[in-house]
Design a binder for this molecule. Structure first.
Ligand SMILES: C[S@@+](CC[C@H](N)C(=O)[O-])C[C@H]1O[C@@H](n2cnc3c(N)ncnc32)[C@H](O)[C@@H]1O
Length: 247
């Protein structure tokens, strides 16, 4: 099966990896930079995930499942370290029911050109096969060490604080609620474990203030493809680890 979704269409980015954009006239932003969805994912989220795993972190939060790049990245990095799903906690939020459903359907065996082509990017880079990646995520969902919740709001309950936050929400223009300072402060206070690393493609004043207020140290990183800055933020013991500071 190709891609059957009434709400989103596939758009190819410059490295030939796919992303999604809402269909119709009022289509809004694509889920990734046109310069490369896979390359952007690796640049912004790859190294932080690897360092968290290297330093004993086992819990992750992904805001915006979207096409599932970040979930596949966490799974790939765990497989590289031979970490079974039982040793990981991953919480994802996604407001679009059709995206939650189609990703899970693919894990359960449906053919789906979007997820299959993304998984091939991970396979070519890491040597982790598509089958192993799918099986890891399916097992994680079956044993509930990976949970997908719907819309993230102020009322969302986070079952446990996490050591790595992948904040990949749409921009403040499309999703203003998720970028407001008071929301971010409450969210970060509730979700971040004593040692925590947050990474996001964005760099906004409200985000930086929210992070500082909740005990994070900011490390400005170059943005993807000419974007000025992305944000890496470290809390607790992670602040003193050179591997993190040099990301
Ligand atoms: C930039 S895309 C995420 C891309 C994704 N991380 C990936 O790797 O493909 C943002 C996603 O957040 C979802 N979203 C928007 N508002 C949300 C909310 N309040 N709670 C959860 N998901 C939301 C959108 O439907 C969209 O799929």
């Amino acid at each position: 099966m190709g891609w059957k979704n009434d709400l989103f269409e596939i758009v190819l980015t410059r490295d030939q990896s796919p992303t999604l954009r809402r269909r119709g006239q009022d289509s809004g932003e694509t889920m990734h930079h046109s310069g490369g969805a896979y390359a952007e994912t690796q640049l912004i989220y790859g190294a932080p995930i690897r360092q968290v795993l290297n330093h004993g972190g086992r819990s992750f939060l992904s805001v915006g499942l979207g096409c599932g790049y970040n979930e596949m990245l966490v799974a790939t990095e765990c497989l590289k370290k031979e970490l079974p799903p039982e040793q990981i906690f991953l919480l994802s939020f996604e407001s679009e029911e059709s995206l939650r459903q189609s990703f899970l359907d693919w894990l359960r065996g449906d053919n789906n050109s979007l997820y299959e082509s993304i998984a091939v990017f991970f396979q070519e880079d890491s040597g982790i096969s598509t089958q192993a990646l799918r099986a890891w995520l399916l097992r994680a969902s079956q044993v509930s060490t990976w949970v997908i919740e719907s819309t993230l709001t102020r009322a969302s309950k986070i079952p446990r604080p996490v050591e790595c936050i992948l904040y990949d929400a749409f921009s403040s223009k499309t999703c203003p609620d998720l970028w407001q300072e008071d929301f971010l402060m409450e969210f970060l206070a509730q979700t971040s474990a004593p040692n925590c690393c947050l990474s996001t493609y964005a760099c906004t004043g409200a985000l930086c203030r929210g992070l500082k207020t909740t005990g994070f140290r900011l490390v400005l990183r170059p943005g993807f493809h000419g974007k000025r800055n992305s944000t890496l933020a470290l809390k607790g013991a992670f602040q003193a680890i050179p591997d993190f500071l040099n990301l």
